[in-house]
Write a protein that binds this ligand. Structure first.
Ligand code: ZN
Ligand code: ZN
Ligand code: ZN
Length: 325
């Protein structure tokens, strides 16, 4: 497998001839006492049960070696160098993130922030994030409740679009586009699902899928990992909002994906990457939650344009109405 860059859209794409993945053995690799547990990278235990980061048993990216970026005429390619870790959210096999206590979720957020910051010391990595796939239609790999961390030598396409757009908006207005959007949404809260302290969950104006939700800080913060690490003892509101929002989503969908969008690696020399120059002012971290609903076959034009048959206003109203403990 290698990374290839589309010279027109400038997106990096993973290309290769896949070999058969080894079949999962008859036991869970992440349950305590597993006969072949992956290597543990970090553990956090503040009294709410342990969470740990482990090496992914079949990683997409390999930590060893150099990206060896090379040209093939007009084309660019590089090796699949990066990091791929599993965040084991609970020692319990049957407790998902939204069934955990707020203290356990806080611990999970701290571990994720710590791993992201740690991986950013490696200057080969331009972007580090965590994501979660829940349910078979969402591409869940392991039956144990886990999330995954990836560190890549490039910024993934969707984040790159956001970075370029927020930099352009900032150059024009000297304001953060996320803060401006949020301020407008708070004035007429038809798309707000819930606010809790400094955090808000809302349905975006132009969603990609029904019931798409973003969770973000109301006051400007560019970096998830720096913010979480700097207020380790005050994560109760965010943890409760994540738990409650996921409970809402899981009562409407059987599968969902959650991904963190945060600043790229600022430790990389800012002169190399244009979008890093004002990134702490113009970019605003957020979690995107994308429910996966049973899909009908789509006519071709809908593959090139997102089509969401539930408006964000109706989605937010339905999500607000659900009673959540
Ligand atoms: Zn397990
Ligand atoms: Zn902002
Ligand atoms: Zn985003």
């Amino acid at each position: 497998m290698e990374l290839r860059k589309d010279p027109i859209t400038r997106s990096w794409v993973i290309v290769g001839d896949e070999t058969e993945k080894p079949a999962h053995a008859g036991y869970c690799p992440f349950c305590p006492g597993s006969p072949q547990a992956p290597q543990t990278i970090a553990t956090m235990n503040t009294g709410a049960g342990a969470v740990s980061a482990m090496v992914h048993p079949s990683p997409l990216y390999r930590i060893e070696g150099e990206p060896s970026r090379r040209s093939e005429g007009v084309y660019d390619a590089m090796n699949m160098v990066g990091a791929h870790e599993v965040l084991v959210q609970s020692v319990r096999h049957d407790i998902e993130l939204w069934q955990s206590s707020d203290a356990e979720i806080s611990q999970f957020l701290l571990l994720a922030a710590q791993r992201i910051q740690d991986l950013k010391h490696d200057l080969r990595f331009k972007y580090v994030t965590f994501f979660k796939n829940y349910g078979a239609p969402a591409g869940q790999d392991f039956s144990h409740p886990v999330s995954e961390i990836t560190a890549t030598t490039f910024v993934p396409r969707r984040v790159l679009y956001e970075l370029r757009a927020s930099r352009d908006y900032y150059l024009d207005k000297e304001r953060c586009v996320f803060c401006d959007t949020l301020n407008q949404e708070m004035r007429d809260p038809v798309r707000i699902v819930e606010t809790r302290g400094n955090y808000v969950a809302l349905c975006p104006f132009a969603p990609r899928v029904p019931y798409e939700i973003w969770i973000m800080p109301r006051k400007h913060e560019s970096s998830f990992e720096r913010s979480i690490n700097s207020r380790a003892a005050q994560l109760g509101d965010l943890s409760a909002l994540i738990r409650r929002t996921l409970q809402r989503v899981m009562s409407l969908a059987e599968a969902a994906q959650m991904v963190l969008h945060t600043v790229p690696n600022n430790n990389v020399e800012p002169n190399i990457l244009q979008y890093l120059k004002t990134v702490d002012e113009d970019y605003h971290w957020h979690l995107e939650i994308l429910p996966v609903l049973p899909a009908k076959a789509k006519p071709y034009f809908l593959k090139e344009v997102y089509y969401t048959p539930v408006s964000s206003e109706v989605a937010a109203a339905r999500l607000r109405k659900l009673s959540i403990p």
